[in-house]
Every structure is written in structure tokens, then in C-alpha cells.
Write a protein that binds this ligand. Structure first.
Ligand SMILES: [Ca+2]
Length: 466
């Protein structure tokens, strides 16, 4: 990498993937002769259920410990500990692949689709039955394989995938052989990707191999949002973050169904720079990001959450309740709330909602999703995210007193928290780049306790009625 001090996903990806290679070699050297393949996993296995503390006390949150550094943007929360923060959670491994980097559901089906950084898309089928946990089966044959086309650097490869809302089109985001960011679209068959339907929506050249971003999300407005990093190296040497004439260092908003003007997309008329006569790029929705490693929309409030990987000191989470149209998130004049390299804070800087430092093994934020599933009702409305290097998973919730940030009561086995996924039911998945796809859920004990409590409440209500 260009800088020995640069803190970014790439360096850690490199280190961890190297570890993975070693582990894979060790595994084969053991010669277990096991013929188990990922798609023959008998059933989900529980891999991690580390309780928060032996006394059930609140987990050391992001900032609630006695050695807390004052690196949050809000005053310490003094309200009662939220129920979600003390609930024990487990991760259940539902599939193992080579390098899972994204997971989505597809409307009209219960299936999950994962992107591997190596360049393949695989399907995980789900079988549901009453009063039994869902059963998942990873199909070993990829539904799409562009591994021969993607670049293979630390932060390169297949980076994200998303379906159109009707599930009929698949969009993939990757870096191509030249290192450029590319977004391609495919039509879907019932269970297949129609490879001959491939259409290049977007291609953006990258000056350096790192900070590609690459995230894809459809917004509540139906447009496609694409996250692009500052182009790489350290400190944003080209100034792409603040340069609104480049697509780098920005979240773009495009209409992928409206190819026009020789482009593979149309520019929505409501974009902030659509009428610019001074060179601003009309695709830019907001700017001033360094390497947005995962952004998502809250499906209930439409708020846009962006996790932006920091340079040397601070990771940041941005929460844009109004969607962030035209917002300047600060980089490279600001690293989180701190002026970067002696810069002056721009007047229009939209500061982060939460920042944290590089202590406790933390070094690179991995953005997640606001939870709106069923299996963890206490987590309704909580933003779940993590740190790539420490492997910690965090919860973050808005409150009258500011953000409530807590470390959740689970721990990944290894420090490769590459991404979070969400299915059609709003349930969350934690993707470990070393190969495991894990569903986040309650402990069986919690499920039973909640069932008994609901039963008791019903009985009491009936008794009162009687
Ligand atoms: Ca920022």
C-alpha cells in the first residue's frame, strides 16, 4: 500500500486474506479427507454465543467503559440501559464460501444471494417450517462467475450486489481488470442469471487500487445509490473528497433504467448538481467521503446511514435523516470531527453522528443496517454495525440524549467483519471474509423466555376478562 500509516480496509483485507490462505493450506495439509462441501452442511450450526458478562451486566459499549475516550459526538447517555443492549445474541453459521462480501434477499423468493469478493455470486435456498429454525442450503454452483474479470488487489474484486425491487434485475459492483469501478446489470431468470443480458450501467476509473467503496443500494425513491471512495492512496492526494466534479469520494444517485446521452443511466432531475454550469458532476448525491464501506437506508424512516472508514485516527458513522442531498461529509478537510492535516472545517460540513478511535483493536468501520426484523424485537430501530479489525458488532440507537452506542454481546471468532447482510424479513447477517455467513439471532433460552412471558400475559388478560 502507498502509506505505512494508512488505516484502511485494504490493508486489513490483505492481512486477513493472507491469514485465510494460510488457514486453507493448513486445512488441506491436515488431509482430513472430509468430503463435506458447503452445500451439504447438514443444518445450521451455532458458532458463537459468548455472553456479554458473567453477571449479565451491560456490555462495555462503545464508550461506556471507565477508560472511555471522549470520541462520541454526544454526551454520555445517562438513561436506563436499553433492553437491547443487554440481550444475549448468537451467530448461526448458515453457509461457508471463499470470501463473502455481501448478502441480500430477493423479493418474491425466500432465497439469499451472496457476492464473494473473488468474483462469484451464489444462491442460498431457505426452507421454512413452523416452529423450526429456517434451514439454509448453499448451492455450490455459482449463479454468476466473473472471477476472471475482476481485479484482485486488497480492496478490489466483486464488492456488492443488489436486486431491483421486483427481483427481476441483478446489479453487481466490482473493480475490473484495469481497477475501475464498474456496475453491471443482468436480467434474472427464476433461479438463474441471464448472462447474455449483461449491461454496463456505470464505469468510473480509479487512480489508485484502494478506496473503491463499491456499495450499491436502492433508495426509498427507487433510484440506485452507488458509493465510491476517494480513489485511494493516503490522505486523498487528488482531493477527490471535496471535488464535486469527480464521481470519486461521493455517493452517487442514478436512474439505472433510463440509459440516456450515451450513458448507461439517467440522472434524476432532483440531484443537487443537475443544473450546474460550473462543472459539478450531476450524478453526485453527496460528497466528502473517504471510503464508504457500506451505507444503507433505514427501511422505516428512509434515513441514510453511511459508515466512512477513517485515515489515521477516527472511524465515523453518518446518519442523514433527510437523505443527505448535496451534503458535504467533510473528507479530506475533516477526519470525522477533527480538521485533517491542518485544514479548516468547511462551513457546510455535515459532521458524523458517531465517531470512535483506533483503540481496543478497532481500526476500520463496517457499516450495517437498521434492524426491522422479527426475531429480535428489542432491536427494532437499532443500527447494527461493526469494526473490521476488532470483529466487534455494535448497536447504535438514537435517543433524546444523543446516540446510544453499545458493543453487542457476541464476538466473531476472527477479525474479518467484512459486511452485514439483510434479508426480505429484515433479519441481519454478519459476513466474515474468511468464509462464514452468519445469521444474527436470539438465544434459544431467550426465545423460550419470551414465549413463556407472552403466554403468561395472555393468561393474565384472560383472567381479568373473566
Ligand atoms: Ca466525514
Amino acid at each position: 500500500m502507498g502509506s505505512g500509516t494508512a488505516r484502511n480496509l485494504g490493508e486489513h483485507l490483505y492481512r486477513r486474506l493472507a491469514l485465510f490462505s494460510t488457514a486453507a493450506l493448513l486445512a488441506s495439509a491436515c488431509g482430513s479427507g472430509s468430503t463435506a462441501t458447503p452445500d451439504t452442511l447438514p443444518e445450521p450450526t451455532t458458532t458463537a454465543a459468548a455472553p456479554a458478562g458473567t453477571d449479565g451486566s451491560a456490555v462495555d459499549g462503545g464508550d461506556s467503559s471507565d477508560d472511555a475516550t471522549p470520541d462520541t459526538t454526544a454526551p454520555a447517555n445517562v438513561a436506563a440501559e436499553p433492553e437491547w443492549a443487554t440481550q444475549e445474541l448468537i451467530l448461526t453459521t448458515i453457509a461457508e464460501t471463499d470470501s463473502p462480501v455481501s448478502l441480500v434477499g430477493r423479493s418474491g423468493t425466500g432465497d439469499l444471494y451472496i457476492a464473494n469478493k473473488s468474483g462469484t455470486v451464489q444462491r442460498i435456498t431457505r426452507t421454512t417450517s413452523k416452529n423450526q429454525p429456517d434451514r439454509f442450503r448453499l448451492e455450490s454452483r455459482a449463479v454468476l462467475d466473473i472471477s476472471a474479470e475482476v481485479s484482485t488487489g486488497n480492496e478490489q474484486g466483486l464488492l456488492d450486489l443488489v436486486f431491483s425491487s421486483d427481483g427481476r434485475k441483478l446489479y453487481v459492483s466490482y473493480t475490473d481488470a484495469a481497477g475501475a469501478n464498474v456496475v453491471d446489470r443482468y436480467n434474472m431468470g427464476s433461479t438463474t442469471v441471464r448472462e447474455d443480458s449483461r449491461f454496463q450501467v456505470l464505469r468510473v476509473e480509479q487512480p489508485f487500487p484502494n478506496h473503491n467503496g463499491g456499495g450499491l443500494q436502492f433508495g426509498p425513491d427507487g433510484f440506485l445509490y452507488v458509493g465510491l471512495g476517494d480513489g485511494g492512496r493516503a490522505g486523498d492526494p487528488l482531493g477527490s473528497g471535496q471535488d464535486t466534479s469527480t464521481l470519486l469520494g461521493s455517493i452517487l444517485r442514478i436512474d439505472p433504467d433510463g440509459a440516456a446521452d450515451g450513458l448507461g443511466y439517467a440522472v434524476p432531475s432532483g440531484n443537487p448538481f443537475v443544473d450546474s454550469t460550473t462543472g459539478e458532476a450531476p450524478e453526485v448525491w453527496l460528497y466528502g467521503v473517504r471510503n464508504p464501506w457500506r451505507f444503507s437506508f433505514d427501511s422505516a424512516t428512509d434515513a441514510l446511514w453511511i459508515a466512512d472508514v477513517g485515515q489515521d485516527q477516527f472511524e465515523e458513522v453518518n446518519r442523514l435523516v433527510d437523505g443527505g442531498r448535496g451534503a458535504n461529509l467533510g473528507w479530506n478537510l475533516m477526519e470525522a470531527n477533527a480538521p485533517f492535516n491542518g485544514a479548516t472545517e468547511p462551513a457546510d460540513h455535515v459532521g458524523p453522528y458517531l465517531t470512535y478511535g483506533h483503540d481496543k483493536g478497532r481500526c476500520s468501520v463496517t457499516g450495517g443496517h437498521v434492524y426491522h426484523g422479527r426475531s429480535l424485537p428489542r432491536y427494532e430501530g437499532v443500527y447494527v454495525f461493526g469494526d473490521f479489525c476488532s470483529g466487534e458488532v455494535f448497536g447504535l440507537q438514537d435517543s433524546a440524549g444523543g446516540p446510544v452506542w453499545r458493543k453487542l454481546s457476541l464476538q466473531l471468532g476472527q477479525e474479518q467483519l467484512g459486511s452485514f447482510g439483510v434479508d426480505n424479513d429484515g433479519e441481519l447477517y454478519v459476513l466474515n471474509l474468511d468464509g462464514t455467513v452468519n445469521q444474527l439471532g436470539p438465544t434459544p433460552e431467550q426465545v423460550e423466555a419470551d414465549r413463556l412471558a407472552a403466554e403468561a400475559a395472555r393468561a393474565e388478560a384472560e383472567a381479568e376478562d373473566g
